[in-house]
Design a protein around this ligand. Structure first.
Ligand SMILES: [Zn+2]
Length: 117
């Protein structure tokens, strides 16, 4: 199965042994995956509620490493006030959100209170 790499535009064989060894995303050729640091770890998933505070809005994030997942979870709890009760969520205690390697796998669309679209 031929796919076009989103990074370099080359087509590559999704089912090739090289691609299976290297891993990465479905639209990344093995060369680019290796260039970007590889993807040999199993997917790490973390569900977080959306920033608007509605429990219906859930984002599922996939992380490259367990360490990134933990770091993101820690940052998210900090930034969302999870560890600080109902304290104001703005202020100097926000952790940086940069440097994490993850993609948003799925974000649910909140429906209205009647459950209709
Ligand atoms: Zn590529």
């Amino acid at each position: 199965m031929r796919k076009i790499c989103k990074h370099c535009g080359d087509d590559f064989d999704l089912n090739s042994i090289h691609k299976k060894e290297v891993g990465g995303f479905i639209n990344e050729c093995p060369d680019c995956v290796e260039e970007l640091g590889g993807d040999n770890s199993p997917p790490k998933y973390l569900g977080v509620t959306a920033g608007d505070g509605k429990m219906s809005g859930v984002s599922i994030l996939r992380f490259q490493t367990e360490r990134d997942k933990e770091a993101y979870a820690k940052m998210w709890r900090n930034n969302s006030g999870y560890n600080k009760g109902k304290e104001c969520q703005l202020g100097g205690h926000l952790s940086t959100t940069s440097g994490f390697r993850f993609e948003i796998v799925q974000t649910t669309e909140p429906v209205n209170h009647k459950g209709k679209l």
